[in-house]
Design a protein around this ligand. Sequence first.
Ligand code: DAT
Ligand code: MG
Length: 151
Amino acid sequence: MGDMQTSFVMVKPDGVQRGLVGEIISRFERKGLRLVGMRQLIPSEELAATHYEVHKERPFYAGLIEFITSGPVVAMAWRGTDAISVCRNVIGPTDGGSAPGGTIRGDFALEIGKNLVHGSDGEETAEFELGLWFPEGEVDWERVTEEWVYE
Ligand code: DAT
Ligand code: MG
């Protein structure tokens, strides 16, 4: 068994607008992760800029901030074994057009920008993003089905 981790995952405005929140949550639930934080909000410019600070010199940055602040997002914290890489695998590679089937982006996205969902890319990023979006912390709990999922 790998390390127990928590990842920050967000359904972006395109996922909310397209009615894919339930589908996206369902993918993580069925994988065996547990939902330890969730809130819906329209991100402020400041929040979006802090979240995407690493990309601020990139040519797509302005469009990315405009997109992320354009409507409600669903911010989530998912916990489980190796949750950070597991969530990235469930989400799929950045470009929806070439992402493999079976991933969220591969199954539902066509573009690189409107790619439905964000997931933390490493331990430090996850810690930073969870603190940013869930300053009050997460709510952990134990699933009674645990023994049917974990080895
Ligand atoms: P990921 O979301 O897969 O971690 P990333 O961190 O490289 O991808 O980029 C953050 C987001 O920025 C990505 O989800 C979509 C957008 N983006 C990345 N590269 C882009 C590009 N070349 N053109 C337009 N948007 C891009
Ligand atoms: Mg990223």
